[in-house]
Write a protein that binds this ligand. Structure first.
Ligand code: OGA
Ligand code: MN
Length: 292
């Protein structure tokens, strides 16, 4: 993309961190984006993995419209359905505004998000990306979200380590990651809709052709390895990708829109506010095909 195109309509892309994340300035998603503006955003997303757009006072319909331009959307399931079928409602309070207790079914989705993961990696076709809109941000308890690049994680591994990892296959299982927080809270019929799936531990990021690790808190084991050994390997690789100097930690402001590329980003909630309400709406872009 030429510099002239990057300056289109005054849109600027500015890095938030040396390894992951950039801010897009100069768009208002309440209005439909022209093709050129959209391409600038898509290009920046492919490059920077996480994008932050401040002050986007959008509703669900506008969020869904923007997200749909990147691909078909995942329909909401489990306990997080909002009014719009494509919006996941992530709230730490019940309908009366009381903070949900630890271990309650409605809170499960938030608890699972507190471990490093990539969204929907437990599906046969994992999510391409997620777009999160901050509808209510706590004043004191920040509830930051942390991000790291699995592409950078891969790139910084020694060559011999890369060779040892190539060809390994991980089993991703939502009932495993959910089970760590509250076994049997989600009805069997819902869990049966997401049986364990296998994805390679190393993948190619399609838009850039770059290699990437593909690790996630949803991994239950590595094929052909003793369970504990496989889990230790996954934990080690996640730790590698999320070395503190490689992490961008997003401090939310009301109306922030943050989008991440699930093909090469790890993310996690850092703390769920214990007294103040926090409300996020997420649109999830479905992947385009199997991982390999
Ligand atoms: C998500 C997620 C983290 C957060 O929306 O997929 O993991 O901090 N969110 O809310
Ligand atoms: Mn997530």
């Amino acid at each position: 993309m030429s510099m002239a195109a990057l300056a289109h309509e005054g849109i600027t892309v500015s890095k938030l961190h040396p390894h992951v994340g950039a801010e897009i300035i100069g768009v208002d998603l309440r209005h439909p984006l022209d093709e050129m503006s959209f391409e600038i955003i898509r290009e920046a997303w492919n490059q920077h993995t996480v994008l932050v757009l401040r002050d986007q006072r959008i509703d669900d319909e506008q969020q869904v419209e923007f997200a749909s331009r990147f691909g078909t959307l995942e329909e909401t399931t489990f306990t997080v359905a909002a009014d719009n079928p494509y919006i996941y409602k992530l709230s730490n309070v019940d309908d009366e505004g009381n903070v949900l207790p630890v271990g309650s079914k409605k809170r499960l989705f938030l608890d699972v998000n507190a471990r490093w993961h990539t969204d929907s990696s437990f599906r046969p076709i994992p999510a391409l990306g997620s777009i999160l809109s901050a509808r209510k941000v706590p004043a004191k308890e920040h509830g930051d979200t942390a991000f790291a690049s699995m592409r950078v994680g891969w790139e910084t591994l020694p060559d011999e380590r890369k060779r040892a990892l190539e060809g390994l296959v991980a089993v991703h299982d939502y009932s495993y990651s959910v089970g760590l927080f509250g076994d049997k809270l989600i009805p069997k019929s819902e869990m049966d809709s997401v049986p364990p799936v296998r994805h390679p531990l190393v993948r190619t990021h399609p838009p850039t052709g770059l290699g990437s690790l593909f690790v996630s808190g949803h991994i239950e084991r590595i094929d052909g390895m003793p369970v504990e050994e496989g889990r230790a390997l996954v934990a080690e690789l996640i730790e590698w990708c999320t070395r503190p100097e490689y992490v961008y930690r997003h401090r939310w402001r009301q109306h922030d829109l943050v989008m991440w590329d699930n093909r090469c980003a790890l993310h996690r909630a850092t703390a769920i506010p214990a007294t103040e309400p926090r409300l996020m709406h997420r649109a999830t872009i479905a992947g385009e095909g199997p991982v390999a």
